[in-house]
Design a protein around this ligand. Structure first.
Ligand SMILES: [Zn+2]
Length: 246
């Protein structure tokens, strides 16, 4: 294929724009903020689950507390009733003995229930503290997430602006190139990891970094300036400049 040598040189500008666009895209996909946000999101899910666990525990504790308090009330009512009967006097000895016996066991029961209630209230305090801790972590996480999102959006904005500039530049260069040369470049680029045109610098292909052999150099030297030369090794378009060492 033949193409004006100036057009061949412009391929290097096109390649520079394409390389810059690929780098910008890579930067967009690998922004550290994205990984940091994904990690925060996972932590958010974990904290949410932890909070649900503690809330469930608190509901169970509240249920225990209610049950114990009701039982304490029942025992107390019965104690009061028994004490009133005792104070009323005039009871047969056997009934008196039974009543005193019941009062003793009611007091014992009362004491056990109070201990249990105390324990439940301690559990409740512990769970409430734990929930407060989780909520504080969630609030801090939310603030971090907001900061990271803002940083990500700022980086996206920067990248998009740079990409828009490069895209316009690329379109301009591409519009100047003959269609067949552009098509060859696109094809080579597709097959060579995004690099379709490379400079021949000091007898080395800048695409694959292999130095041209003596016979390859001889044929490149012999080729007219408007002949489109390709690297024998990587098949990229080799652009000859004053630095080619020919
Ligand atoms: Zn090469």
């Amino acid at each position: 294929m033949n193409a004006d040598h100036t057009a061949q040189l412009r391929l290097l500008d096109l390649q520079a724009a394409d390389t810059a666009l690929a780098q910008l895209n890579h930067r967009r996909l690998t922004l550290p903020e994205l990984a940091a946000l994904a990690e925060r999101e996972q932590r958010g899910v974990d904290l949410h689950n932890e909070a649900i666990d503690v809330e469930t525990r608190l509901a169970d504790i509240a249920e225990d507390q209610r049950r114990l308090e009701n039982e304490v009330d029942t025992v107390r009512t019965r104690e009061t009733r028994d004490e009133q009967r005792l104070q009323g006097g005039g009871l047969p000895a056997k009934e008196l003995e039974g009543l005193q016996h019941e009062l003793t066991s009611l007091k014992r029961r009362q004491s056990t229930l109070e201990d249990e209630l105390l324990e439940v209230m301690e559990q409740r305090e512990e769970a409430e503290n734990s929930l407060a801790g989780i909520n504080a972590k969630r609030a801090a996480l939310e603030a971090e997430t907001a900061d990271l999102s803002a940083a990500r959006d700022a980086a996206f904005g920067e990248i998009d602006t740079a990409a828009a500039g490069r895209t316009a530049e690329r379109a301009l260069v591409a519009s100047e190139l003959p269609d067949d040369l552009l098509a060859l470049y696109e094809k080579a680029r597709e097959h060579s990891g995004g690099v379709g045109a490379a400079m021949l610098r000091q007898r080395r292909c800048e695409g694959c970094h292999i130095e041209l052999s003596g016979s390859e150099l001889a044929s490149v030297r012999a080729a007219e300036p408007d002949v489109v030369v390709r690297c024998d090794n990587c098949r990229r378009i080799l652009v000859r400049t004053a630095e080619s060492g020919l």
